[in-house]
Design a binder for this molecule. Structure first.
Ligand code: FAD
Length: 416
């Protein structure tokens, strides 16, 4: 694959029209948090028929699972991801949608992608049929919003070893205590997928190695507090906040995945399953930011006139444009390679996804900072939007595993 297909380009144009009509006019309100991102995300879903597609996909997935449970032969034609994690043409269309939205509001995109790609996807991959029936129809259609909570104040990169949020058994139930932080959608999520350590009171078991369980909580449960959105450097349209658990009683039907007492299953595997997909998503987001900076800068270089010439005539400006073009080509090629590998049934390894995440997030941040510089004083003003892109781009180097942690994963892949 060396270029987008005609269908991809049609999707891109339709998304651009939506962005121009429904997002750009509201960017200032979204960026101050005055406007909620969720109604716009839902509108995007309904306008492109994604809600109907998702509802149908969830329905047929549930029917297949019911048939399987009833002992009937299951039809093997499903993608198992509600139509969103699939390979084939869908993968490239998804890349187009993700990159186009990222060039205008990465925050808006994250609210929906965390809800579906991490929250709902975890229930999809680890849940029982009853759990899928209970939560997925509303989550996959964005009627309800999910959060996916691992990070804690004392355990960011050391997410599992340092995890302090814990559950203790109380008869059949579990009692949850602790705290999470930096959680996308945390302040407003209807459904919360929460990772916690199992505390059996056995001092002989090293706290770092205790099993990690995953629970699904609903907003409003006694003992659960969803903090207010943090003020952030960028991604303002994505509400990020803390969660507090004070003796939250969880019935067993809220535990996702295998019971570690019976099978040795562990929530660490579930989170790791998400890591590669999340990192590939970062490359698509980086591409969107690079494309938008590239477009704005080429335009500005042609129109801003100094000393009787447009600034595009100056070699130091040309150097910035050339570097942006190289970054655009590299990151786009990485996205193309990812799509091809997915289509060929040979997905990227975690080390490869980490390398792509690291490179593309740094490239997007460099390009966006150069864009601010190229615009001069205008670049520092919110009106010209490149300052927002620079603030947004920086986030890509921190979440989905900080870039320093990506280095460790790349090296592990090389040295293993
Ligand atoms: C906008 C945003 C949204 C987020 N959304 C979510 C979410 O929805 N759910 C969720 O669970 N989390 C979320 N996070 C949290 C995110 O995953 C963490 O911020 C990230 O994993 C880094 O953890 P930390 O912030 O605690 O940094 P720390 O782990 O404290 O790291 C501090 C510094 O040390 C470096 N470092 C750490 N380990 C090593 C090492 N071994 N070698 C070298 N350097 C190292 C880091 O790279 C960093 O530079 C979000 C974060 C942001 C910024």
């Amino acid at each position: 694959m060396f270029e987008w297909s005609d269908t991809d380009l049609m999707v891109r144009d339709a998304v651009r029209q939506f962005i121009d009509k429904e997002i750009r006019p509201h960017l200032d309100e979204l960026e101050t948090g005055a406007l909620s991102p969720y109604p716009i995300a839902r509108k995007l879903f309904s306008q492109f028929g994604l809600d109907v597609m998702a509802a149908e996909s969830v329905k047929s997935m549930l029917e297949r699972e019911r048939a399987k449970q009833a002992g009937e032969a299951a039809a093997e034609n499903g993608d198992g991801a509600g139509g969103f994690g699939a390979g084939g043409a869908q993968a490239s269309m998804m890349a187009v949608v993700v990159s186009e939205l990222s060039g205008v509001s990465i925050g808006l995109l994250s609210t929906a992608s965390v809800s579906i790609g991490l929250g709902a996807a975890t229930i999809m991959s680890r849940g029982t049929l009853a759990q899928k029936e209970r939560w997925l129809p509303d989550l996959m259609t964005l009627k309800k919003i999910a959060a996916w909570a691992i990070t804690e104040p004392d355990s960011g990169s050391d997410a599992f070893g340092g995890m302090k949020t814990s559950v203790k058994r109380d008869g059949e139930d579990y009692i949850l205590n602790g705290q999470k932080t930096f959680i996308t959608n945390g302040p407003y999520a209807d459904v919360l997928v929460v990772y916690a350590k199992l505390d059996e009171g056995d001092a002989a078991v090293d706290k770092r190695n205790r099993p990690v369980l995953i629970f699904v909580l609903d907003a409003g449960m006694p003992g659960l507090t969803q903090g207010k959105p943090f003020k952030k450097m960028g991604m303002m349209s994505s509400p990020t906040g803390e969660l507090f658990f004070d003796n939250v009683r969880l019935t067993p039907d809220r535990l996702l995945g295998e019971n570690p007492h019976r099978s040795g299953g562990d929530g660490r595997d579930s989170a790791r399953d998400n890591f590669a997909a999340e990192r590939i998503g970062i490359a698509m987001m980086a591409l969107g930011i690079i494309n938008e900076c590239h477009r704005l800068c080429v335009d500005y270089a042609k129109t801003r006139t100094l000393w009787g010439k447009n600034i595009g005539q100056f070699q130091l400006i040309q150097l910035k444009l050339a570097k942006m073009e190289i970054a655009r080509m590299n990151v786009q090629n990485m996205v193309f390679q990812t799509i091809e590998r997915q289509q060929a049934g040979k997905p990227l390894t975690l080390a490869e996804a980490s390398a792509i995440k690291l490179y593309s997030s740094e490239a997007a941040t460099d390009v966006a900072m150069d864009a601010v510089q190229l615009f001069g004083g205008n670049g520092y003003m919110a009106e010209y939007r490149v300052e927002q892109l620079a603030r947004d781009a920086k986030s890509l180097m921190i979440y989905a595993g900080s870039n320093e942690v990506q280095v460790t994963h790349i090296a592990k892949g090389l040295l293993s």
